[in-house]
Design a protein around this ligand. Structure first.
Ligand code: PAF
Length: 286
């Protein structure tokens, strides 16, 4: 059966209802489209754990801050269909903005899901004020629309994954969150839809971001646990044209900063190459 593309919530609910009548389990992969191998691994994971795989393709306006790339964010639904089909996806839910936020004039009119301030006033949330409110709100809506048994999220967006797991616990969403490993190019660069904005020379510069975190990992494996020393090693590896936003070491269970790395500390970085903001992370394990 070929992949179905559904634009309306009502039609999607009807499809989901029929799958449920047949006793099928459902896995959801929320995306903003421009699908790459990283998304493909999420979709394949979803396909392997549930009877039905549904992905959403929706560039969510309320998670972009003023001045960010909402307008130019790549929208590639035809190409996305091919990638999704090859990963075993059954349904693509691709709603319009009006379908998701009917009649919305301004974001402040909307009922929002807001994660705790101390977990968003750090790392990505510090520079992207309100971003995670937009993410949690749209993900809650998608959970309510699809009512999946499982939802797959990539570990590249590690703060997002942490906050969504917490939201699911705090708000009792009946869904199991499946974290999926970050996928890299052979060069080491973490896959991202925003890599499309990088010129070849920018890409070479951007490579120093993964080099920095690999250098940190190697030093940690060699026995260095002081985050100041690890931070400096990361910094030395960053290309001079990379503008560092943060390089943090946080406990994977609390997301609180740590001075001394223990097993399962997350080392996360955000940096800009030209106008392109990139993130990467690694879980430090011996
Ligand atoms: O990770 C993303 O692509 C987005 O933040 C998500 C989870 C699809 C919500 O819009």
């Amino acid at each position: 059966m070929s992949i179905a593309v559904v634009n309306e919530i009502k039609s999607l609910r009807e499809i989901v209802k029929n799958y449920r009548k047949e006793g099928k389990t459902i896995a959801l992969v929320p995306t903003m489209g421009c699908l790459h191998e990283g998304h493909k691994s999420l979709m394949q994971k979803a396909h392997s754990i549930a009877d039905v795989t549904i992905i959403s393709v929706f560039v969510n306006p309320i998670q972009f801050c003023p001045g960010e790339d909402y307008d130019k964010y790549p929208r590639t639904l035809d190409a996305d269909k091919i990638v999704a089909e090859s990963a075993g996806v059954d349904v693509i839910f691709a709603p319009s903005v009006n379908e998701m936020y009917p009649g919305l004039q301004k974001f402040s009119d909307l009922t929002m899901v807001v994660p705790p301030y101390e977990l968003t006033d750090i790392m990505c949330g510090k520079s992207r004020v309100g971003h995670f409110d937009g993410v949690e709100t749209v993900v809650s809506k998608l959970f309510n629309i699809v009512q999946p048994d499982f939802a797959c999220f990539g570990m590249k967006d590690i703060q997002q994954l942490f906050l969504i797991k917490k939201m699911v616990r705090d708000l009792n969403f009946p869904v199991e969150i499946i974290p999926c490993p970050l996928v890299r190019e052979e060069s080491g660069l973490a896959l991202s839809s925003r890599n499309k904005y990088l010129s070849d020379s920018d890409k070479q510069i951007a490579l120093s971001i993964s080099k920095a975190i690999f250098a940190i990992r190697d030093l940690y494996r060699a026995g260095v646990t002081d985050t100041k020393k690890l931070f400096d090693a990361g910094l030395t590896n960053l290309h001079k044209n990379v503008e560092l936003e943060y390089l943090e070491f946080v406990d994977e269970n609390t997301f609180k900063p740590v001075d001394v790395v223990k097993s399962n500390t997350i080392c996360a970085i955000a940096a800009r190459v030209g106008n392109v903001r990139l993130i990467d992370n690694i879980v430090l394990e011996v």
